[in-house]
Design a protein around this ligand. Sequence first.
Ligand SMILES: [Zn+2]
Length: 387
Amino acid sequence: MNPAAAEHGIFADHPGGNIVVERREGSCLWLAPDLRHMQAGCQWFYWSFRAHNENPLTVVFSHRNYISAHGPAMSRDGGATWKWLGRENVRQREIGEHGVELAFDLPPVRPGEDVRYAFCPQYQESHLRSWLRRHEDHPFLSVSEFCRSRGGRSVEQIRIGDACGTRKILWLTARHHSCEAMAGYALEGMLEAALADDATGRRLRENFTMVAMPFMDKDGVEEGDQGKLRHPHDHNRDYNATPLFPEVAAAMRYGRENKDAITAFLDLHCPMVHGPWDNRFYLVGSPLPAVAARQDAFMKAFAESRTGAIAPHEGGILHFGEAWNTADNFSAGKSATLWAEETFPDAGVIASFEVPYANADGMKVTPESARSLGRDLAVALLACPSP
Ligand SMILES: [Zn+2]
C-alpha cells in the first residue's frame, strides 16, 4: 500500500487490501488499484480499502472504468458480509476521448466501525474458515493442508465424501487469479450442495468425492494482489514442466496421483469489467473437439436443471477461436484446464468458467446468487459421464 493513504483515513492493511492514493484536492481523493507484481505495462482493476475518515470524503477513480455495473461493494462488518452500493451512487464524468472518472462519497466513519469498500465482495481465508466452522460436525467434510504457499501460508484442500470405498473425484479449483473473489462464493455453493441433507447431496456423496482447492494463489488472495498477469506469468499459465508456484506444483502432483479417478475438473474464474463477455456467465470452450463435446453436454445438463437466478449466456459457451479465447491468450504458458485436458483425456467434463463480478445478463451477481450458481453447477455434475 502507498503509506500516504493512512494520513487520509484510507487503509489497505487488511487481508485482500489493495489501494494507491494518487492525490488529494480538498475532500476529493484520487485512488487507483495497486498493480504491484504485475507484468510491466499491464493494467487490472482490483482494489479494496478500509475507510476511517472522520470527515466526508469523495473518492475518485480515473484512467479507466474500474467500477462494476452495481457500483463498488461495501462491508460494515469488517469484510464478513458485503452488498453492492449501486451504480446510482457513482457519478461518472468523461475526461478526454477515452477516459472517465468515477466518484462516490464516503460518509464519515464512527470510531470503532470497520467499513470497507472494494471492487467486489471479498472472499478471503476468513470466509472459508467461517464456512468450515458452520459445518465442522459434518461427518463427510474434512480439510487438510494441500501445500504451503511461497509466503508460507497453508493452502487448503477441502474433501467431501464418504470415507469408505474408492470414489470418482470431482475436482474444483478457484483463484488461480487471486482477485477473482466471486468465484469463491460459487465454489462455496458447490461444496454446500455436496454437504446438503437432500437428494442432490446424497447422490453427490454416494457417487463422488468432491475435492476443492479454493485458493490456488493463496498469497495473492490474502495480500490483495491482482494475481492476473502476475510477473513473469500468473498461476493459470504455470502448468508447465517446471511450475513456479507451490500450489500449481502440488496440483500437478495430485493430478498425476489421481489420474484415473478424476471424473471432472472445474476451474472457476471471473472475467473483466465492461467488455461484451464480462457481464455473462459462461464456460470457456476447449480447442479439443472431444473435450468440447463433453462441455456442450455439461452445459445442456446445467441449463435443464438450473434453479438459481444466474443463467448461462445463450448456449453458455465461449467457443475456442471466439473473442479472447484463442491460442494467443495461452502463449505465456499452459493453463490449468489445458493441462487437465491432456492429463485426464477421458474425464467426463473439464472446463473453466467465468463468473461475472456483478451482472450476469441483467441478473445481479451477489454472494448469495453466486452460491446458487455453484449449487446449479454441482447438480449438473450428477449428469457427468464417468471416464
Ligand atoms: Zn481468471
